[in-house]
Write a new protein. Sequence first.
Length: 324
Amino acid sequence: MLTGKRSASDCGTGSAKVRGCREREDVRDAAERELREETGYVAEQLTLVGRTWLAGYATHLRHAVLATGCRLALDQRLDEDEFCEVVTMPMAGFLVHLRDGDLTDADVAWMCLDRLHPWTPHPVGQDGCMALHLATTDDGNTLLERDPLALLLGMQLDQQIPMEKAFTSPSVLAQRLGVPPGGRLDAAAIAALPPETLLEHFRTPPALHRFPGSMATRTQQLCQALVDDWGGDAANVWSGVDSGAELVRRIGSLPGFGDQKAKIFAALLAKQFGVTPDGWEAATGDYGKPGHRSIADVVDDASRVKVREFKKAKKAEAKATAQA
Protein backbone atom coordinates (compact mmCIF):
# COMPACT_ATOMS: atom_id res chain seq x y z
CA MET A 1 0.00 0.00 0.00
CA LEU A 2 1.15 3.50 -0.81
CA THR A 3 -0.53 6.45 0.81
CA GLY A 4 -0.66 9.98 -0.49
CA LYS A 5 -1.35 12.72 2.03
CA ARG A 6 -2.40 16.32 1.68
CA SER A 7 -3.03 18.25 4.88
CA ALA A 8 -4.36 21.75 5.45
CA SER A 9 -1.53 22.24 7.94
CA ASP A 10 1.07 20.85 5.52
CA CYS A 11 1.32 17.71 7.62
CA GLY A 12 2.35 19.90 10.51
CA THR A 13 0.82 17.77 13.25
CA GLY A 14 2.61 14.59 12.21
CA SER A 15 5.88 16.36 11.42
CA ALA A 16 5.94 18.13 14.78
CA LYS A 17 5.48 14.87 16.60
CA VAL A 18 8.24 13.19 14.64
CA ARG A 19 10.60 16.17 15.02
CA GLY A 20 10.30 15.84 18.76
CA CYS A 21 11.41 12.21 18.75
CA ARG A 22 14.97 11.42 19.65
CA GLU A 23 14.95 7.65 19.80
CA ARG A 24 14.22 5.20 17.00
CA GLU A 25 11.40 3.55 18.92
CA ASP A 26 9.81 6.94 19.51
CA VAL A 27 9.94 7.64 15.78
CA ARG A 28 8.33 4.30 14.97
CA ASP A 29 5.68 4.86 17.63
CA ALA A 30 4.88 8.27 16.17
CA ALA A 31 4.75 6.84 12.65
CA GLU A 32 2.44 4.04 13.78
CA ARG A 33 0.14 6.54 15.46
CA GLU A 34 0.04 8.89 12.46
CA LEU A 35 -0.54 6.04 10.00
CA ARG A 36 -3.42 4.76 12.08
CA GLU A 37 -5.04 8.14 12.73
CA GLU A 38 -4.65 9.68 9.28
CA THR A 39 -5.25 6.63 7.07
CA GLY A 40 -6.94 3.97 9.20
CA TYR A 41 -4.24 1.46 8.20
CA VAL A 42 -2.06 -0.59 10.53
CA ALA A 43 1.26 -2.14 9.48
CA GLU A 44 2.89 -5.45 10.26
CA GLN A 45 6.27 -3.75 10.33
CA LEU A 46 7.59 -0.19 10.55
CA THR A 47 11.20 0.45 9.58
CA LEU A 48 13.08 3.72 10.05
CA VAL A 49 14.97 4.08 6.75
CA GLY A 50 16.53 7.53 6.97
CA ARG A 51 16.33 11.20 7.84
CA THR A 52 16.26 14.31 5.69
CA TRP A 53 16.29 18.05 6.33
CA LEU A 54 13.42 20.09 4.97
CA ALA A 55 15.97 22.40 3.31
CA GLY A 56 19.65 23.21 3.55
CA TYR A 57 18.93 26.31 5.63
CA ALA A 58 16.23 24.73 7.81
CA THR A 59 16.26 23.04 11.21
CA HIS A 60 13.23 20.90 10.36
CA LEU A 61 14.40 17.26 10.42
CA ARG A 62 12.07 14.63 8.97
CA HIS A 63 12.24 10.88 9.45
CA ALA A 64 11.34 8.42 6.68
CA VAL A 65 9.53 5.35 8.00
CA LEU A 66 8.58 2.48 5.71
CA ALA A 67 5.31 0.71 6.55
CA THR A 68 4.91 -2.80 5.11
CA GLY A 69 2.20 -5.44 5.43
CA CYS A 70 -0.48 -2.75 5.70
CA ARG A 71 -4.17 -3.48 6.11
CA LEU A 72 -7.18 -1.26 6.59
CA ALA A 73 -8.41 -1.74 10.16
CA LEU A 74 -9.89 1.53 11.43
CA ASP A 75 -11.65 4.72 10.41
CA GLN A 76 -9.60 7.87 9.94
CA ARG A 77 -9.36 10.18 12.96
CA LEU A 78 -8.28 13.56 11.64
CA ASP A 79 -7.76 16.87 13.41
CA GLU A 80 -10.38 19.57 12.87
CA ASP A 81 -8.12 21.58 10.53
CA GLU A 82 -6.85 18.56 8.64
CA PHE A 83 -8.06 16.73 5.57
CA CYS A 84 -6.46 13.62 4.15
CA GLU A 85 -7.32 11.39 1.19
CA VAL A 86 -5.85 7.89 1.07
CA VAL A 87 -4.92 6.68 -2.41
CA THR A 88 -3.62 3.22 -3.33
CA MET A 89 -1.92 2.53 -6.63
CA PRO A 90 0.44 0.02 -8.27
CA MET A 91 4.13 0.81 -8.13
CA ALA A 92 4.26 1.81 -11.80
CA GLY A 93 1.68 4.55 -11.21
CA PHE A 94 3.45 5.71 -8.08
CA LEU A 95 6.71 6.05 -10.01
CA VAL A 96 5.00 8.15 -12.66
CA HIS A 97 3.73 10.52 -9.95
CA LEU A 98 7.20 10.68 -8.43
CA ARG A 99 9.07 11.32 -11.67
CA ASP A 100 6.56 13.84 -12.99
CA GLY A 101 6.86 15.97 -9.86
CA ASP A 102 3.28 15.33 -8.74
CA LEU A 103 4.38 13.99 -5.36
CA THR A 104 5.58 16.06 -2.43
CA ASP A 105 8.23 14.74 -0.04
CA ALA A 106 9.94 13.01 -2.96
CA ASP A 107 13.17 12.53 -0.99
CA VAL A 108 11.31 10.55 1.68
CA ALA A 109 9.62 8.47 -1.02
CA TRP A 110 12.94 7.60 -2.64
CA MET A 111 14.44 6.50 0.68
CA CYS A 112 11.54 4.16 1.26
CA LEU A 113 11.69 2.83 -2.31
CA ASP A 114 15.39 2.10 -1.90
CA ARG A 115 14.74 0.10 1.24
CA LEU A 116 11.81 -1.73 -0.32
CA HIS A 117 13.99 -3.12 -3.06
CA PRO A 118 17.59 -1.97 -3.56
CA TRP A 119 18.03 -3.45 -7.03
CA THR A 120 14.91 -2.15 -8.75
CA PRO A 121 11.49 -0.77 -7.77
CA HIS A 122 9.45 -3.37 -5.94
CA PRO A 123 6.10 -4.19 -7.55
CA VAL A 124 3.20 -3.66 -5.16
CA GLY A 125 -0.46 -4.40 -5.79
CA GLN A 126 -3.36 -2.17 -4.90
CA ASP A 127 -4.12 -4.20 -1.77
CA GLY A 128 -0.54 -4.09 -0.54
CA CYS A 129 0.15 -7.67 -1.58
CA MET A 130 2.43 -8.83 -4.36
CA ALA A 131 1.57 -7.50 -7.78
CA LEU A 132 3.42 -10.04 -9.89
CA HIS A 133 1.33 -12.75 -11.52
CA LEU A 134 4.04 -14.34 -13.64
CA ALA A 135 4.37 -17.59 -11.67
CA THR A 136 1.62 -19.99 -10.59
CA THR A 137 2.55 -19.98 -6.90
CA ASP A 138 2.94 -17.32 -4.24
CA ASP A 139 6.47 -18.58 -3.51
CA GLY A 140 7.31 -18.28 -7.18
CA ASN A 141 6.09 -14.69 -7.45
CA THR A 142 7.73 -13.69 -4.18
CA LEU A 143 11.10 -14.94 -5.38
CA LEU A 144 10.71 -13.11 -8.70
CA GLU A 145 10.01 -9.90 -6.78
CA ARG A 146 13.17 -9.98 -4.70
CA ASP A 147 15.61 -11.91 -6.90
CA PRO A 148 16.78 -10.46 -10.24
CA LEU A 149 18.47 -13.75 -11.18
CA ALA A 150 15.19 -15.65 -10.71
CA LEU A 151 13.44 -13.14 -12.97
CA LEU A 152 16.15 -13.48 -15.61
CA LEU A 153 16.05 -17.29 -15.46
CA GLY A 154 12.27 -17.26 -15.80
CA MET A 155 12.61 -15.28 -19.01
CA GLN A 156 15.32 -17.59 -20.29
CA LEU A 157 13.14 -20.66 -19.67
CA ASP A 158 10.11 -19.08 -21.36
CA GLN A 159 10.13 -21.06 -24.58
CA GLN A 160 8.27 -24.17 -25.67
CA ILE A 161 6.52 -24.39 -22.30
CA PRO A 162 3.69 -22.33 -20.76
CA MET A 163 5.02 -18.94 -19.68
CA GLU A 164 3.74 -19.35 -16.11
CA LYS A 165 5.57 -22.68 -15.84
CA ALA A 166 8.78 -20.96 -16.94
CA PHE A 167 8.49 -18.27 -14.28
CA THR A 168 7.60 -20.79 -11.55
CA SER A 169 10.63 -23.00 -12.21
CA PRO A 170 13.21 -20.63 -10.59
CA SER A 171 11.51 -21.03 -7.21
CA VAL A 172 11.46 -24.81 -7.61
CA LEU A 173 15.15 -24.73 -8.50
CA ALA A 174 15.82 -22.58 -5.43
CA GLN A 175 14.13 -25.17 -3.22
CA ARG A 176 16.15 -27.99 -4.76
CA LEU A 177 19.37 -26.03 -4.30
CA GLY A 178 18.57 -25.50 -0.63
CA VAL A 179 18.13 -21.71 -0.82
CA PRO A 180 16.73 -20.67 2.59
CA PRO A 181 13.38 -18.86 2.86
CA GLY A 182 13.88 -15.20 1.95
CA GLY A 183 17.12 -16.00 0.14
CA ARG A 184 18.17 -15.61 -3.47
CA LEU A 185 19.70 -17.74 -6.17
CA ASP A 186 23.49 -17.42 -6.44
CA ALA A 187 24.86 -17.14 -9.98
CA ALA A 188 28.39 -18.08 -8.90
CA ALA A 189 27.17 -21.16 -7.02
CA ILE A 190 25.08 -22.35 -9.98
CA ALA A 191 27.96 -21.75 -12.40
CA ALA A 192 30.27 -23.83 -10.17
CA LEU A 193 27.91 -26.80 -9.85
CA PRO A 194 28.90 -30.06 -11.55
CA PRO A 195 26.78 -30.11 -14.74
CA GLU A 196 25.28 -33.47 -13.83
CA THR A 197 24.09 -32.08 -10.50
CA LEU A 198 22.29 -29.17 -12.10
CA LEU A 199 20.84 -31.52 -14.73
CA GLU A 200 19.42 -33.70 -11.97
CA HIS A 201 17.76 -30.67 -10.41
CA PHE A 202 16.22 -29.83 -13.79
CA ARG A 203 14.91 -33.26 -14.66
CA THR A 204 13.66 -34.40 -11.24
CA PRO A 205 9.85 -34.62 -11.47
CA PRO A 206 8.27 -32.22 -11.93
CA ALA A 207 10.92 -31.27 -14.47
CA LEU A 208 11.74 -27.59 -14.64
CA HIS A 209 11.44 -27.56 -18.42
CA ARG A 210 10.32 -29.68 -21.32
CA PHE A 211 13.97 -29.96 -22.34
CA PRO A 212 15.82 -30.23 -19.01
CA GLY A 213 19.20 -31.11 -20.51
CA SER A 214 19.59 -28.17 -22.86
CA MET A 215 18.03 -25.73 -20.41
CA ALA A 216 20.26 -26.83 -17.54
CA THR A 217 23.27 -26.20 -19.77
CA ARG A 218 21.91 -22.83 -20.87
CA THR A 219 21.20 -21.83 -17.27
CA GLN A 220 24.77 -22.63 -16.27
CA GLN A 221 26.08 -20.65 -19.24
CA LEU A 222 23.95 -17.67 -18.24
CA CYS A 223 25.17 -17.77 -14.65
CA GLN A 224 28.79 -18.03 -15.80
CA ALA A 225 28.30 -15.01 -18.05
CA LEU A 226 26.90 -13.06 -15.10
CA VAL A 227 29.96 -14.00 -13.05
CA ASP A 228 32.40 -13.12 -15.83
CA ASP A 229 30.80 -9.90 -17.08
CA TRP A 230 28.43 -8.56 -14.44
CA GLY A 231 29.99 -9.24 -11.06
CA GLY A 232 27.72 -12.23 -10.48
CA ASP A 233 24.71 -9.94 -10.02
CA ALA A 234 21.91 -10.12 -12.60
CA ALA A 235 20.68 -6.68 -11.59
CA ASN A 236 23.90 -5.15 -12.89
CA VAL A 237 22.71 -5.96 -16.41
CA TRP A 238 20.11 -3.19 -16.18
CA SER A 239 21.35 -1.04 -13.31
CA GLY A 240 22.50 2.39 -14.45
CA VAL A 241 21.65 1.79 -18.10
CA ASP A 242 21.13 5.12 -19.87
CA SER A 243 19.11 4.12 -22.93
CA GLY A 244 16.56 1.57 -24.02
CA ALA A 245 18.77 0.50 -26.91
CA GLU A 246 21.64 -0.23 -24.53
CA LEU A 247 19.32 -2.15 -22.22
CA VAL A 248 18.13 -4.40 -25.06
CA ARG A 249 21.72 -4.84 -26.25
CA ARG A 250 22.92 -5.90 -22.80
CA ILE A 251 20.12 -8.41 -22.34
CA GLY A 252 20.51 -9.74 -25.86
CA SER A 253 24.20 -10.46 -25.24
CA LEU A 254 23.33 -13.02 -22.55
CA PRO A 255 23.28 -16.75 -23.36
CA GLY A 256 19.79 -17.85 -24.33
CA PHE A 257 18.56 -14.33 -25.15
CA GLY A 258 17.94 -13.40 -28.74
CA ASP A 259 16.66 -10.06 -29.97
CA GLN A 260 12.98 -10.80 -29.42
CA LYS A 261 13.46 -12.24 -25.94
CA ALA A 262 15.65 -9.29 -25.03
CA LYS A 263 12.93 -6.85 -26.09
CA ILE A 264 10.26 -8.72 -24.13
CA PHE A 265 12.38 -8.79 -20.98
CA ALA A 266 13.23 -5.09 -21.32
CA ALA A 267 9.50 -4.37 -21.66
CA LEU A 268 8.84 -6.46 -18.54
CA LEU A 269 11.42 -4.48 -16.58
CA ALA A 270 9.87 -1.22 -17.76
CA LYS A 271 6.19 -2.04 -17.32
CA GLN A 272 6.34 -3.92 -14.02
CA PHE A 273 9.58 -2.82 -12.33
CA GLY A 274 9.96 0.80 -13.38
CA VAL A 275 13.24 0.31 -15.27
CA THR A 276 12.53 2.93 -17.93
CA PRO A 277 15.67 4.38 -19.53
CA ASP A 278 15.22 6.92 -22.30
CA GLY A 279 13.86 5.36 -25.47
CA TRP A 280 12.79 2.07 -23.94
CA GLU A 281 9.47 2.12 -25.82
CA ALA A 282 11.15 2.43 -29.20
CA ALA A 283 13.84 -0.11 -28.30
CA THR A 284 11.28 -2.75 -27.30
CA GLY A 285 9.11 -2.27 -30.40
CA ASP A 286 5.59 -3.64 -30.19
CA TYR A 287 6.31 -5.18 -26.77
CA GLY A 288 6.61 -1.71 -25.28
CA LYS A 289 3.16 -0.68 -26.48
CA PRO A 290 -0.03 -0.99 -24.42
CA GLY A 291 -1.84 -4.26 -24.98
CA HIS A 292 -1.43 -7.95 -24.27
CA ARG A 293 1.49 -9.11 -26.41
CA SER A 294 3.87 -10.84 -24.00
CA ILE A 295 4.65 -11.81 -20.43
CA ALA A 296 5.43 -8.12 -19.85
CA ASP A 297 1.68 -7.46 -19.97
CA VAL A 298 0.59 -10.22 -17.56
CA VAL A 299 -0.72 -8.56 -14.41
CA ASP A 300 -3.56 -10.95 -13.50
CA ASP A 301 -5.31 -14.11 -14.69
CA ALA A 302 -7.40 -12.26 -17.28
CA SER A 303 -4.40 -10.60 -18.90
CA ARG A 304 -2.58 -13.94 -18.99
CA VAL A 305 -5.44 -15.38 -21.01
CA LYS A 306 -5.32 -12.43 -23.41
CA VAL A 307 -1.56 -12.78 -23.88
CA ARG A 308 -1.96 -16.49 -24.58
CA GLU A 309 -4.67 -15.76 -27.13
CA PHE A 310 -2.48 -13.16 -28.82
CA LYS A 311 0.45 -15.57 -29.06
CA LYS A 312 -1.80 -18.29 -30.43
CA ALA A 313 -3.15 -15.93 -33.07
CA LYS A 314 0.36 -14.87 -34.10
CA LYS A 315 1.44 -18.50 -34.49
CA ALA A 316 -1.62 -19.24 -36.61
CA GLU A 317 -0.91 -16.19 -38.75
CA ALA A 318 2.72 -17.23 -39.24
CA LYS A 319 1.66 -20.77 -40.15
CA ALA A 320 -0.89 -19.51 -42.69
CA THR A 321 1.72 -17.22 -44.24
CA ALA A 322 4.20 -20.08 -44.54
CA GLN A 323 1.63 -22.30 -46.24
CA ALA A 324 0.50 -19.61 -48.67
